[in-house]
Design a protein around this ligand. Structure first.
Ligand code: SF4
Length: 371
């Protein structure tokens, strides 16, 4: 027997084709699509403008089982919320919703765990546990939007919060290692007939997979690109990020230069600061020299460095940079005319760095005696 299609894995065209097979008129697909991505319905029973027989068939012939919400944690007066989900195999996926005065951002996972094994990352310690489907990636964003809508329904504390303005793919996993499913999720969420998120409101972060950067340069939607650099030379970067052995800095920056030349879009370089490892003044000077050598003086607007205070990962033999070091690093970059900012921290007390909650859940499972 053919497995049932999962509702959130169906594009609007797939949904139309399915309903056509069932002998339904085309406008029914548009109705259902609006229920899913505008009204955020999770169940055909809520689609009361559909005939009862169609609602029943949608219930029996389509898979609606979503991500299972295992745990949510919140801090910052409820303005930072982290969700730990599990997929049907039990593998975890994490999302973090961050509400600011002028925007609301959700950080979502594109894989369960990650193959890349960056030394400073809790997710890297889990290894790759599974790929997420398009529907599972999309569902994390819909969760965030539902959270925001329910906050607005509870005045007066949060009735001024924004609905979702930004989606960043910086949760578990490397999006370019699950490119097709990830890109289909972007297209789905962008669809003006559904969720209607502007293309420039998406940011994808990559560990530096050159084929993915080249593929994105040719993509039709202008999503933002962030590149995890984290070191100014190959020896240091390889010690922090094994992927650097496959895609060293020169190759990565060449692909980034081509990407900028083709798209004229600004790229962010992410740089997580680790005490004594990559945060010394000499590292800042080396980073400035490296980046300035890549771009002519009139192109300073086309890149930007995002300095990130590290969210400590239990058991990792690393330390978070002291605040003075972070500011000194920033000063050196700015003096060398490298545009940079220090990322605002949210949610460190709820293990907001990707993979931390899943790692904690794994540790708890490992230390809880079987009943
Ligand atoms: S930092 Fe990103 S790419 Fe590296 S191990 Fe963690 S999730 Fe994977």
């Amino acid at each position: 027997m053919e497995p049932k299609p999962h509702m959130l894995n169906l594009s609007q065209a797939d949904l139309q084709a399915l309903l056509q097979e069932w002998g339904e008129p085309a406008y029914r697909a548009r109705q259902i699509y609006r229920h899913l991505y505008v009204n955020l319905a999770t169940d055909p029973a809520a689609m009361t403008d559909l005939p009862k027989a169609l609602r029943e068939r949608l219930t029996t012939d389509v898979d609606w089982a979503g991500l299972r919400l295992q745990r949510t944690l919140s801090c910052d007066d409820g303005l930072t919320r982290k969700a730990l989900f599990s997929v049907s195999t039990g593998a975890p996926a994490e999302s973090v919703l961050m509400v600011y005065p002028d925007r609301a951002t959700v950080c979502v996972s594109s894989q369960s765990g990650c193959l890349m094994r960056c030394t400073f990352c809790a997710t890297g310690r889990l290894g790759l546990l599974g790929q997420l489907t398009t529907g599972q990636i999309v569902e994390q964003v819909l969760w965030a939007e539902r959270e925001l809508r329910s906050m607005r329904e509870r005045p007066p504390s949060h009735d001024q919060v924004h609905l979702l303005t930004n989606v960043v793919f910086m949760g578990m996993g490397e999006p370019f290692n699950n490119y097709d499913a990830w890109w289909a999720a972007v297209e789905r969420l962008h669809d003006p007939q559904g969720f209607n998120m502007g293309a420039r409101n998406f940011t994808v972060s990559t560990v530096g997979l050159v084929p993915g950067i080249r593929r994105l340069a040719a993509a039709t939607l202008p999503v933002n690109l962030a590149i995890s650099l984290h070191a100014p030379n190959d020896a240091l970067r390889s010690s922090l990020m094994p992927v650097n052995k496959a895609f060293p800095i020169a190759d990565l920056l060449a692909a980034t230069r081509d990407y900028i030349a083709k798209t004229r879009r600004r790229v962010s370089f992410e740089y997580v600061l680790l005490e004594g490892k990559n945060d010394l003044p000499a590292h800042a000077e080396e980073l400035a020299t490296l980046l300035r050598s890549q771009y002519p003086p009139d192109q300073t607007m086309l890149f930007h460095v995002n300095l990130i205070p590290w969210n400590p990962v239990p058991g990792a033999p690393l330390e978070r940079s002291h605040r003075a070091r972070v500011l000194a690093f920033q000063d050196i970059l700015e003096a060398r005319r490298v545009p940079c900012t220090v990322r605002v921290e949210r949610g460190s007390e709820i293990a907001a760095a990707c993979g931390q909650l899943a790692g904690m859940a794994q540790d708890e499972a490992a230390t809880t005696p079987a009943e």
